[in-house]
Design a protein around this ligand. Structure first.
Ligand code: SF4
Length: 342
């Protein structure tokens, strides 16, 4: 069993109290007896307790900052969405290969934005500019938004906001199973709810602080029954010992759990394990005992933009991975759409 996230320490920016959600959160955490500090600083990391960097990093991941989103220009989120909708940043999980370690390394704490009205207003402008084209928003670019939403319900409000639009769509991905409060959201079929899944071995060894294998699958079943369009990101696909059986078990469990109707509109995104030199350095520092294999000699170097190349599996290993996972998809969910393998 894994309890939903609860911060150890909460910072509130004074401006956040000008918004209903800011005041609501303050009251909620006060009632819970959680330590609350006021802050005016933009970079909270300086304030986070801990004797060394390692400890500070851990503490940061259980610190919640309640703030106001000032920049209302949304980042692009190609190719799967037009824009990233900014609801929160940071995550309490400790996935060894988490992309936030490189993209948000200097801000490991969790920050939630309370000025939802401003954010929705901006989203409306973006949608209006594109009519009659559909505008897709991704809500999990900089955090695992589901994992903190039981506290804020800002994702739930976003789902309902997008549900009322004609030209908006919402998508996000999560490794958490705390979805119950989202099941009755009036999503109107406009939100694609995706789970990040993996073999039991990968989840157990590399994704501490996130929901276990069985729980995520069970949550996917609930979401399907709530008639959300559903999707899975299988990432990183990782060649551990017994990976063929490991991934087979995943598909068998999914097949047993998902209602038949949900399998007619199912998407899969497949991402093989990769690492950059920078990521490897950070992972070895933060999680020195990791079993994650990152031996450059066993990999193929894939050149990237601005010299940011990455190490992926060698061609024949990547091909085998792709072929086997795709064959499982075809067998268990013949109607599902495979969006990409990368
Ligand atoms: Fe990172 Fe996602 Fe793991 Fe959170 S759940 S630590 S965002 S990979």
């Amino acid at each position: 069993m894994m309890e939903p996230f609860m911060p150890q320490l909460v910072y509130i920016e004074p401006q956040a109290l000008e918004y209903p959600l800011g005041r609501e959160l303050k009251e909620k955490f006060e009632k819970m007896g959680i330590e609350i500090r006021q802050t005016t600083s933009h970079n909270q990391v300086r304030n986070i307790p801990g004797d060394n960097e390692q400890q500070q990093y851990r503490n940061a991941k259980s610190t919640l900052v309640v703030g106001v989103r000032k920049t209302l220009k949304f980042e692009q989120s190609k190719p799967s969405a037009e824009y990233a909708i900014p609801l929160a940043t940071g995550c309490m999980g400790h996935c060894h290969y988490c992309y936030l370690q490189t993209t948000m390394g200097d801000k490991p704490y969790i920050r939630t934005y309370v000025n939802l009205e401003d954010i929705f207003e901006q989203a409306t402008k973006y949608m209006e500019e594109r009519i009659p084209e559909i505008t897709r928003f991704e809500a999990a670019c900089t955090s695992d938004i589901v994992g903190i939403d039981h506290l804020t319900h800002s994702l739930k409000k976003t789902i309902e906001f997008i549900g009322q639009t004609d030209f908006g769509r919402l998508r996000f991905v999560t490794k958490y199973h705390h979805v119950d409060h989202l099941l009755d959201a009036k999503h109107n079929g406009r939100t694609r709810f995706r789970f990040s899944l993996n073999s039991n071995y990968v989840i157990k060894n590399f994704e501490p602080g996130t929901s276990p294998f069985e729980k995520r699958i069970e949550a996917a079943g609930k979401v399907a029954k709530a008639n959300y369009p559903l999707g899975f990101i299988l990432a990183p696909l990782y060649r551990h010992e017994g990976w063929e059986e490991g991934y087979l078990e995943l598909f068998e469990k999914l097949k047993q759990t998902l209602p038949e109707e949900a399998t007619h509109d199912l998407t899969f995104e497949l991402i093989q394990h990769r690492f950059t030199k920078t990521a490897k350095r950070i992972i070895e520092k933060r999680y020195p005992k990791t079993k994650l294999q990152m031996n450059e000699d066993d990999r193929k170097y894939k050149w990237g933009k601005y010299g940011r190349g990455k190490y992926v599996y060698k061609t024949d290993e990547a091909d085998e991975l792709k072929q086997i996972i795709e064959s499982y998809i075809h067998t268990y969910f013949p109607q599902a759409k495979i969006e990409y393998f990368t």
